[in-house]
Design a binder for this molecule. Structure first.
Ligand SMILES: Nc1nc2c(ncn2[C@@H]2O[C@H](COP(=O)(O)OP(=O)(O)O)[C@@H](O)[C@H]2O)c(=O)[nH]1
Ligand SMILES: [Mg+2]
Length: 226
């Protein structure tokens, strides 16, 4: 090992990371095949803590649960709090507590999915652990990856966290009811995201006022009927 920077250790670390990621990809591919066979469409929601993932799920469930049977997997470092919020909506939910890990992996989703067995659903939402960095490296077997940034977080986030935007199909700008109170630049954030991923679909929404939700719901209904 190099006594100055420990570069030998770093090499081992990189090899270990590669091994973990390729193992995750194998399980994610199996998840994807399993979901496909069962006719279940899966969305993976990724954002920083507090961007409004659970609030969006609550609003989405209110709008869709009588039309589409759905279920939720919640990921958090600790507590059943988000699962309790979803349970109150009368929807099957499994909470995965990662004990400090900053993302969900495909094996955790595989196990949580088995806990949902016995429930009938066609749509599965996975709320990832609140973090804009780590979850983007881990495929869970989802059909649609959705990245969220809320207005108070600032419009520069796509430039700072490009991997999250590169691998997502949908970018939700959340809490747009707060636009009058923050210097969030909608055009800037759109441009930054499209520079990283020209195909990404961008929807500004507010779970509080319902603005923009219609298009989000249409997108989900389109995915389920595809
Ligand atoms: N003003 C406003 N607040 C919101 C909106 N969505 C969520 N919040 C608030 O943001 C906070 C975090 O929301 P939550 O859904 O728990 O975020 P999560 O950590 O990403 O799941 C809560 O206090 C919510 O009430 C919104 O559209 N507008
Ligand atoms: Mg949450």
């Amino acid at each position: 090992m190099c006594e100055h920077c420990g570069c030998q250790d770093r090499k081992k670390e990189i090899e270990l990371e590669r091994h973990i990621l390729s193992h995750n990809e194998e399980i994610a591919a199996r998840n994807r095949e399993h979901f496909r066979k069962k006719g279940i469409k899966v969305l993976n929601l990724i954002s920083a803590p507090g961007s409004g993932k659970t609030s969006l799920l609550e609003a989405t469930i209110d709008a869709l649960k009588d039309k589409i049977p759905l279920a939720v997997i919640e990921g958090d470092p600790e507590t059943e709090r988000d699962a309790e919020r979803i349970r109150k909506k009368g929807v099957p939910v499994v909470q995965v507590t990662t004990g400090g890990a900053c993302h969900l992996d495909a094996l955790q989703v595989h196990r949580a999915f088995h806990q949902l067995e016995g429930n009938h659903f066609k749509l599965l939402f996975i709320e990832n652990v609140g973090n804009l960095l780590c979850p983007s490296a881990f495929d869970l077997g989802e059909d649609l990856r959705v990245v969220l940034v809320s207005v108070p977080e600032g419009s520069d986030k796509p430039a700072k966290y490009p991997a999250a935007f590169f691998k997502a199909q949908v970018f939700l700008i959340t809490k747009i009811d707060l636009l009058p109170y923050f210097d969030f630049d909608l055009e800037e954030t759109r441009e930054l995201a499209l520079k990283i991923n020209p195909q990404i679909k961008i929807l500004p929404i507010s779970s509080k006022t319902g603005e923009g939700l219609e298009e989000w719901l249409k997108l989900i209904e389109g995915l389920v009927s595809a």
